[in-house]
Design a binder for this molecule. Sequence first.
Ligand code: ZN
Length: 150
Amino acid sequence: MNKHFCCPQCGNLRGLFPDYCEFCGSLETPFAQTSYIKVDLEKGMPTVEEAISYFQQYLFRSEELGVRALLVLHGYGSSGEGGRIRRRFRELLESNEWANRIDEFVYGETAHHLKSLKLSATLKKELEKERFSSNPGCTLLLLKHIDLHF
Ligand SMILES: [Zn+2]
């Protein structure tokens, strides 16, 4: 996993997991140095249930660490486990399963023009690199902004 978070204690870079720093053991919330996290739901060929539970771990942890966006790769297979993961994931999304955490979601295939989406310039640039636009194998989630001061 890419190490996109900085430990406030020792300054080493860490990933989203584990929830402690592997260098100094600090449990302090690391600083995010990225505007989005990529989650591959097909990695390791999981079952649909495993993939959804894996996604939720990422969603909850990303929210905790103040990440703005999740780029979910679920594949676009029309049959087999890959197709089922995509269908189930989008079903849950559309039935507002995670509505208290997710502000907005954009399917790759409907995102023809990143310009029309309300995203930061940095995030747009990153998504261009990821070839998100017009890609039916992924979904972009924008997480709710949590104000930690209240
Ligand atoms: Zn540390």
